[in-house]
Structures are given as structure tokens and as C-alpha cells.
Write a protein that binds this ligand. Structure first.
Ligand SMILES: N[C@@H](CCC(=O)N[C@@H](CS)C(=O)NCC(=O)O)C(=O)O
Length: 209
């Protein structure tokens, strides 16, 4: 099978999900990684707006990291992708959707959530908390959530969202264990460099090449 090509910028949390899964699968991707703020070489042929990350595998280009994970899990027969039990499998999918739709976007927002947003976040964290019954073993859920949790701690240490996650002891322990999985750690960027990249991006500065 042709190797997948991943276009991203350095330290991207969404690309980290995919890199962790590929590491777990023992698949070496073609990497097209740009400095933050730059467009990876060749990306515009697939995405004129230069949106990242993008995974190209054979004749398919995928622009959503959650779909990249599912595609790669199927392409490379990752048996542990989801639990076999339907209800647990659906919970995993729901948690990933809530992370992308409700919780994760607060990483990219400067201000704190308002009261209504905070109530919704707490509700979603309750749903994530139900998952802690499953061990944080290698799975699409672990590879999906752990990179985002790392960025909350690195980029938003003072955020009420980070505090709300930390306050949930079991959820926090689960996320910490997911972030400590070997394939997540091996593919994680250096924390200090990643924080500096984020601060540059926030200030709208271009990094020196
Ligand atoms: N839902 C996408 C999120 C991708 C995403 O937000 N990428 C960031 C860069 S790390 C981005 O393009 N942000 C600017 C924008 O959305 O215009 C995924 O999971 O892959």
C-alpha cells in the first residue's frame, strides 16, 4: 500500500493525533511539515486555502483528523481502534465529536467561556468522564483526546476549561495516562517549542525560517 502523506505545521495538535496512530501502527508517513504560519510544500494542490492538517492516501485527500484516524485504522486493520461493544463504541465517537465541536475550540479562543458556554462544557466533560471506565489503552479515542489535552495544559494553563478538566480527578488521570502512551509521547512536539510557536501565532508574528 502506498504510504500516507501528512501535511501539517510543526506541533499541530490535530496532526499529532494522526502521527500517534501511525506510530502505533508502525507506518512511516511522508511528512510535509511547515513552520507555523507557513503552508507546507505541495499542499495547495489539494487545498487551495492551505488548510491543515491534510492527509493524502492514494487517491483520497482527507481534511478532518477524526476521519483520518478512522481511515487509517481501517486501511491498516487497527483492531483496537474502537471497543467491540456498540454502546461503548458509540460513546467513544460521541466523546470525539464533543471534543472537536465544544471543548477543543476553546483552545483557539482568547477569552474565558461565558456562563452558558461553561455549563455546556461541564455537560460535555460529564460525558467524557463516563469513558474513564475503559482503560486508556491505545485506541482512536486516546489518540484523539490526548494531543488536545496536552495543548490545553501548554497553551491555556490558566483557562477555566483546563481547570474544569483538572478538577475531574478520574477524567484527568485518564487523559494523563493517554498522553503518556508511548506512541503519543514519541510523536509529541517539544513542549517549550510548541508553547513558543503558539505565542508567536497568537501575536500574529511570522516565525523566522
Ligand atoms: N477539525 C479539524 C481542525 C483543523 C484546524 O483547526 N486546523 C487549524 C490549524 S492547527 C487551522 O487550520 N486553523 C485555522 C482555520 O481554521 O482557519 C481537524 O480535526 O483536522
Amino acid at each position: 500500500m502506498v504510504a500516507p502523506a501528512l501535511y501539517a505545521d510543526r506541533g499541530c495538535p490535530f496532526a499529532h493525533r494522526v502521527l500517534a496512530l501511525l506510530d502505533e501502527l508502525g507506518v512511516a508517513p511522508e511528512l510535509r511539515i511547515a513552520l507555523p504560519g507557513d503552508v507546507p510544500d505541495g499542499l495547495r494542490a489539494f487545498s487551495p486555502t492551505g488548510r491543515i492538517p491534510l492527509l493524502v492516501h492514494g487517491d483520497i485527500a482527507i481534511g478532518e483528523s477524526r476521519v483520518m484516524l478512522e481511515h487509517l485504522a481501517e486501511a491498516y486493520d487497527f483492531d483496537a481502534a474502537f471497543p467491540r461493544d456498540l454502546a461503548r463504541r458509540t460513546r467513544h465517537r460521541q466523546a470525539m465529536a464533543l471534543m472537536d465541536g465544544v471543548i477543543g475550540p476553546h483552545l483557539f479562543r482568547a477569552g474565558p467561556p461565558n456562563a452558558k458556554e461553561m455549563a455546556r462544557l461541564e455537560e460535555c466533560l460529564d460525558v467524557l468522564g463516563e469513558l474513564t471506565a475503559d482503560p486508556p489503552a491505545p485506541s482512536l479515542l486516546a489518540f484523539h483526546l490526548a494531543p488536545t489535552w496536552l495543548r490545553f495544559q501548554w497553551w491555556r494553563p490558566e483557562s477555566p476549561v483546563t481547570a474544569a478538566i483538572r478538577a475531574r480527578t478520574k477524567l484527568r488521570a485518564w487523559l494523563d495516562a493517554a498522553a503518556a502512551l508511548p506512541s503519543v509521547k514519541r510523536t509529541a512536539p517539544d513542549a517549550a517549542e510548541n508553547i513558543a510557536d503558539f505565542e508567536h501565532a497568537r501575536a500574529g508574528e511570522k516565525l523566522p525560517a
